[in-house]
Design a protein around this ligand. Sequence first.
Ligand code: PMP
Length: 282
Amino acid sequence: DKVIFNGRLTERSQINIDLEDRGYQFGDGVYEVIRVYNGSLFTGEEHLQRLIESAESIQIKVPYSISEMKNLLLKLIEENKLFSGIIYIQITRGVSQRNHLFPSADVVPSFVAYTRELQSPTEAMEKGVPAITLEDIRWLRCDIKSLNLLPNLLAKQKASEAGCFEALQHRSGTVTEGSSSNVSIVVDGKIKTHPATNLILNGITRQVLLDISRKNGLEIIEEAFSVEEMLQADEVFLSGTTTEIMPIIEIDKQKIANGQPGPVTKQLQVLFEDKIKEQCGL
Ligand code: PMP
Protein backbone atom coordinates (compact mmCIF):
# COMPACT_ATOMS: atom_id res chain seq x y z
CA ASP A 1 0.00 0.00 0.00
CA LYS A 2 0.98 3.57 -0.64
CA VAL A 3 0.78 6.25 2.05
CA ILE A 4 1.21 10.00 2.14
CA PHE A 5 4.23 11.09 4.12
CA ASN A 6 4.93 14.80 4.38
CA GLY A 7 3.08 15.64 1.22
CA ARG A 8 4.38 12.83 -0.99
CA LEU A 9 2.98 9.51 -2.08
CA THR A 10 5.38 6.83 -0.77
CA GLU A 11 5.47 3.10 -0.10
CA ARG A 12 4.47 2.40 3.50
CA SER A 13 7.69 0.41 4.00
CA GLN A 14 9.77 3.43 2.97
CA ILE A 15 8.67 5.88 5.66
CA ASN A 16 10.56 6.67 8.85
CA ILE A 17 8.83 8.13 11.88
CA ASP A 18 11.37 9.93 14.07
CA LEU A 19 11.63 8.99 17.76
CA GLU A 20 11.27 12.65 18.56
CA ASP A 21 8.18 13.33 16.48
CA ARG A 22 6.02 15.33 18.87
CA GLY A 23 2.99 13.26 17.93
CA TYR A 24 4.76 10.14 19.09
CA GLN A 25 6.13 11.67 22.30
CA PHE A 26 3.35 14.03 23.40
CA GLY A 27 0.32 13.29 21.26
CA ASP A 28 1.00 16.83 20.08
CA GLY A 29 -1.16 16.82 16.99
CA VAL A 30 -4.61 16.34 15.50
CA TYR A 31 -6.23 13.85 13.15
CA GLU A 32 -9.21 13.04 10.95
CA VAL A 33 -10.92 9.93 9.66
CA ILE A 34 -12.74 10.27 6.34
CA ARG A 35 -15.07 7.61 4.97
CA VAL A 36 -14.63 6.43 1.40
CA TYR A 37 -17.67 4.94 -0.33
CA ASN A 38 -17.55 3.76 -3.92
CA GLY A 39 -14.03 5.17 -4.25
CA SER A 40 -15.23 8.69 -3.35
CA LEU A 41 -14.66 10.85 -0.26
CA PHE A 42 -17.79 11.35 1.82
CA THR A 43 -17.95 14.86 3.35
CA GLY A 44 -14.24 15.21 2.57
CA GLU A 45 -14.12 19.00 2.61
CA GLU A 46 -15.90 19.20 5.95
CA HIS A 47 -13.35 16.82 7.50
CA LEU A 48 -10.39 18.70 6.00
CA GLN A 49 -11.82 22.00 7.20
CA ARG A 50 -12.16 20.55 10.71
CA LEU A 51 -8.56 19.27 10.51
CA ILE A 52 -7.38 22.81 9.81
CA GLU A 53 -9.53 24.19 12.64
CA SER A 54 -8.30 21.56 15.12
CA ALA A 55 -4.70 22.29 14.13
CA GLU A 56 -5.16 26.05 14.43
CA SER A 57 -6.70 25.69 17.86
CA ILE A 58 -3.42 24.15 19.08
CA GLN A 59 -1.34 26.62 17.03
CA ILE A 60 -0.25 24.23 14.27
CA LYS A 61 -0.40 25.70 10.79
CA VAL A 62 -1.32 23.03 8.22
CA PRO A 63 1.17 23.54 5.37
CA TYR A 64 -1.40 22.55 2.69
CA SER A 65 -4.68 23.98 1.46
CA ILE A 66 -7.89 21.96 1.49
CA SER A 67 -7.70 21.43 -2.27
CA GLU A 68 -4.05 20.32 -2.08
CA MET A 69 -4.94 17.80 0.64
CA LYS A 70 -8.00 16.65 -1.30
CA ASN A 71 -5.91 16.04 -4.41
CA LEU A 72 -3.37 14.05 -2.42
CA LEU A 73 -6.13 11.94 -0.86
CA LEU A 74 -7.77 11.26 -4.22
CA LYS A 75 -4.40 10.10 -5.58
CA LEU A 76 -4.00 7.84 -2.56
CA ILE A 77 -7.46 6.30 -3.09
CA GLU A 78 -6.63 5.68 -6.73
CA GLU A 79 -3.18 4.18 -6.04
CA ASN A 80 -4.53 1.86 -3.35
CA LYS A 81 -7.65 1.03 -5.37
CA LEU A 82 -9.74 1.79 -2.29
CA PHE A 83 -13.45 1.25 -2.89
CA SER A 84 -14.97 1.06 0.58
CA GLY A 85 -12.90 2.14 3.55
CA ILE A 86 -11.38 4.97 5.50
CA ILE A 87 -8.52 7.43 5.19
CA TYR A 88 -6.69 8.30 8.40
CA ILE A 89 -4.93 11.68 8.35
CA GLN A 90 -2.65 12.97 11.07
CA ILE A 91 -0.72 16.15 11.55
CA THR A 92 1.76 16.72 14.37
CA ARG A 93 3.88 19.66 15.44
CA GLY A 94 6.88 17.96 13.81
CA VAL A 95 10.27 16.59 14.85
CA SER A 96 12.28 18.38 17.49
CA GLN A 97 14.43 17.60 20.55
CA ARG A 98 12.06 16.66 23.37
CA ASN A 99 10.87 19.76 25.18
CA HIS A 100 7.41 20.77 26.37
CA LEU A 101 7.88 24.16 24.71
CA PHE A 102 6.90 24.45 21.05
CA PRO A 103 9.87 24.06 18.67
CA SER A 104 11.14 27.00 16.62
CA ALA A 105 9.04 28.21 13.70
CA ASP A 106 11.20 26.49 11.07
CA VAL A 107 10.16 23.01 12.27
CA VAL A 108 7.58 21.75 9.75
CA PRO A 109 4.51 19.84 10.90
CA SER A 110 4.50 16.11 10.02
CA PHE A 111 1.61 15.09 7.79
CA VAL A 112 0.68 11.47 7.15
CA ALA A 113 -2.30 9.72 5.60
CA TYR A 114 -3.07 6.11 4.84
CA THR A 115 -6.06 4.03 3.79
CA ARG A 116 -7.77 0.97 5.17
CA GLU A 117 -10.54 -1.14 3.74
CA LEU A 118 -13.68 -1.15 5.84
CA GLN A 119 -17.27 -2.17 5.26
CA SER A 120 -20.28 -0.50 6.88
CA PRO A 121 -21.37 -2.20 10.14
CA THR A 122 -24.64 -3.26 8.50
CA GLU A 123 -25.63 -6.08 10.87
CA ALA A 124 -25.14 -3.97 14.01
CA MET A 125 -26.97 -1.07 12.36
CA GLU A 126 -29.96 -3.34 11.74
CA LYS A 127 -30.10 -5.01 15.14
CA GLY A 128 -28.83 -2.21 17.36
CA VAL A 129 -26.15 -2.50 20.04
CA PRO A 130 -25.82 -2.22 23.84
CA ALA A 131 -23.90 0.55 25.64
CA ILE A 132 -22.76 1.51 29.13
CA THR A 133 -22.73 4.92 30.80
CA LEU A 134 -19.49 6.31 32.17
CA GLU A 135 -18.30 9.52 33.84
CA ASP A 136 -16.62 11.77 31.25
CA ILE A 137 -13.09 12.34 32.61
CA ARG A 138 -11.70 14.14 29.55
CA TRP A 139 -10.31 17.65 29.34
CA LEU A 140 -12.40 20.74 28.52
CA ARG A 141 -11.47 21.01 24.83
CA CYS A 142 -13.22 17.94 23.45
CA ASP A 143 -14.08 20.06 20.38
CA ILE A 144 -10.48 19.62 19.20
CA LYS A 145 -9.82 16.33 17.40
CA SER A 146 -6.61 15.81 19.35
CA LEU A 147 -4.37 12.74 19.24
CA ASN A 148 -4.65 12.52 23.03
CA LEU A 149 -7.27 9.79 23.20
CA LEU A 150 -6.33 8.02 26.43
CA PRO A 151 -9.65 8.64 28.27
CA ASN A 152 -11.53 7.62 25.10
CA LEU A 153 -9.51 4.40 24.88
CA LEU A 154 -10.18 3.59 28.54
CA ALA A 155 -13.89 4.23 28.01
CA LYS A 156 -14.11 2.05 24.87
CA GLN A 157 -12.17 -0.76 26.57
CA LYS A 158 -14.51 -0.65 29.56
CA ALA A 159 -17.53 -0.84 27.22
CA SER A 160 -16.02 -3.80 25.40
CA GLU A 161 -15.27 -5.63 28.65
CA ALA A 162 -18.96 -5.21 29.55
CA GLY A 163 -19.90 -6.77 26.19
CA CYS A 164 -20.99 -3.38 24.87
CA PHE A 165 -20.35 -1.37 21.73
CA GLU A 166 -19.87 2.09 23.21
CA ALA A 167 -19.47 4.04 26.44
CA LEU A 168 -21.90 6.96 26.71
CA GLN A 169 -20.06 9.58 28.70
CA HIS A 170 -21.66 12.11 31.04
CA ARG A 171 -20.49 15.00 33.20
CA SER A 172 -22.30 14.82 36.56
CA GLY A 173 -25.30 13.22 34.87
CA THR A 174 -25.40 15.33 31.68
CA VAL A 175 -24.70 13.17 28.63
CA THR A 176 -21.90 14.48 26.39
CA GLU A 177 -20.94 11.89 23.74
CA GLY A 178 -19.58 8.39 23.13
CA SER A 179 -15.87 7.53 23.18
CA SER A 180 -15.76 7.76 19.38
CA SER A 181 -19.26 8.89 18.41
CA ASN A 182 -21.94 11.47 19.15
CA VAL A 183 -25.16 10.43 20.86
CA SER A 184 -28.75 11.56 20.27
CA ILE A 185 -32.10 10.62 21.79
CA VAL A 186 -35.66 10.67 20.47
CA VAL A 187 -38.50 11.73 22.80
CA ASP A 188 -42.05 12.08 21.44
CA GLY A 189 -40.71 12.17 17.88
CA LYS A 190 -38.29 14.98 18.70
CA ILE A 191 -34.52 14.41 18.32
CA LYS A 192 -32.14 15.87 20.90
CA THR A 193 -28.36 16.05 20.72
CA HIS A 194 -25.76 17.89 22.81
CA PRO A 195 -24.97 21.39 21.45
CA ALA A 196 -21.61 21.86 19.71
CA THR A 197 -19.72 23.26 22.71
CA ASN A 198 -16.21 22.58 24.06
CA LEU A 199 -17.58 19.42 25.72
CA ILE A 200 -18.07 17.39 22.53
CA LEU A 201 -16.52 16.87 19.13
CA ASN A 202 -18.87 18.48 16.61
CA GLY A 203 -19.14 15.33 14.51
CA ILE A 204 -19.40 15.68 10.76
CA THR A 205 -21.98 12.88 10.83
CA ARG A 206 -23.83 14.84 13.55
CA GLN A 207 -23.86 17.87 11.23
CA VAL A 208 -25.15 15.76 8.33
CA LEU A 209 -27.84 14.50 10.72
CA LEU A 210 -28.94 18.03 11.63
CA ASP A 211 -29.11 18.87 7.94
CA ILE A 212 -31.01 15.81 6.71
CA SER A 213 -33.42 15.95 9.65
CA ARG A 214 -34.33 19.58 9.01
CA LYS A 215 -34.64 19.03 5.25
CA ASN A 216 -37.04 16.15 5.83
CA GLY A 217 -39.28 17.74 8.41
CA LEU A 218 -37.90 15.95 11.48
CA GLU A 219 -37.61 18.12 14.57
CA ILE A 220 -34.05 18.13 15.93
CA ILE A 221 -32.78 20.36 18.72
CA GLU A 222 -29.28 20.91 20.06
CA GLU A 223 -29.94 20.60 23.75
CA ALA A 224 -28.15 18.57 26.40
CA PHE A 225 -30.04 15.76 28.17
CA SER A 226 -29.47 13.76 31.35
CA VAL A 227 -28.61 10.08 31.74
CA GLU A 228 -32.09 9.66 33.28
CA GLU A 229 -33.78 11.23 30.22
CA MET A 230 -31.70 9.01 27.94
CA LEU A 231 -32.71 5.83 29.79
CA GLN A 232 -36.39 6.86 29.53
CA ALA A 233 -36.13 7.97 25.86
CA ASP A 234 -38.08 6.31 23.03
CA GLU A 235 -34.89 5.89 21.01
CA VAL A 236 -31.16 6.39 21.46
CA PHE A 237 -28.63 6.30 18.64
CA LEU A 238 -25.00 7.06 17.86
CA SER A 239 -23.52 8.87 14.89
CA GLY A 240 -19.99 8.84 13.57
CA THR A 241 -17.86 8.38 10.50
CA THR A 242 -17.27 4.65 10.97
CA THR A 243 -20.28 4.07 13.27
CA GLU A 244 -22.71 5.72 10.80
CA ILE A 245 -26.17 5.80 12.44
CA MET A 246 -26.20 3.11 15.11
CA PRO A 247 -29.25 2.28 17.25
CA ILE A 248 -28.58 1.77 20.98
CA ILE A 249 -31.07 -0.79 22.27
CA GLU A 250 -29.83 -1.27 25.82
CA ILE A 251 -27.92 0.92 28.31
CA ASP A 252 -26.40 -0.40 31.56
CA LYS A 253 -28.38 -3.62 30.96
CA GLN A 254 -31.67 -1.66 30.79
CA LYS A 255 -33.69 -1.87 27.59
CA ILE A 256 -34.44 1.34 25.73
CA ALA A 257 -38.21 1.31 25.07
CA ASN A 258 -38.96 -2.20 23.70
CA GLY A 259 -35.28 -2.97 23.05
CA GLN A 260 -35.56 -2.65 19.25
CA PRO A 261 -34.23 0.02 16.87
CA GLY A 262 -36.91 2.75 16.67
CA PRO A 263 -38.68 4.28 13.66
CA VAL A 264 -36.94 7.68 13.76
CA THR A 265 -33.51 6.04 13.92
CA LYS A 266 -34.43 3.80 10.99
CA GLN A 267 -35.71 6.76 8.99
CA LEU A 268 -32.45 8.62 9.66
CA GLN A 269 -30.47 5.58 8.51
CA VAL A 270 -32.36 5.65 5.20
CA LEU A 271 -31.89 9.41 4.78
CA PHE A 272 -28.18 9.03 5.61
CA GLU A 273 -27.83 6.26 3.02
CA ASP A 274 -29.52 8.54 0.46
CA LYS A 275 -27.02 11.28 1.28
CA ILE A 276 -24.12 8.85 0.68
CA LYS A 277 -25.63 7.81 -2.65
CA GLU A 278 -26.09 11.45 -3.64
CA GLN A 279 -22.43 12.30 -2.84
CA CYS A 280 -20.62 9.09 -3.72
CA GLY A 281 -22.95 7.73 -6.35
CA LEU A 282 -23.28 4.32 -4.78
N1 PMP B 1 -17.02 12.22 19.15
C1 PMP B 1 -15.81 11.64 19.26
C2 PMP B 1 -15.11 11.70 20.56
C3 PMP B 1 -15.24 10.99 18.15
O1 PMP B 1 -14.03 10.42 18.24
C4 PMP B 1 -15.98 10.91 16.94
C5 PMP B 1 -15.42 10.15 15.77
N2 PMP B 1 -14.50 10.89 15.05
C6 PMP B 1 -17.23 11.54 16.87
C7 PMP B 1 -17.71 12.18 18.00
C8 PMP B 1 -18.02 11.55 15.59
O2 PMP B 1 -17.47 12.46 14.69
P1 PMP B 1 -17.58 12.26 13.11
O3 PMP B 1 -19.02 12.16 12.80
O4 PMP B 1 -16.96 13.49 12.56
O5 PMP B 1 -16.82 11.03 12.79
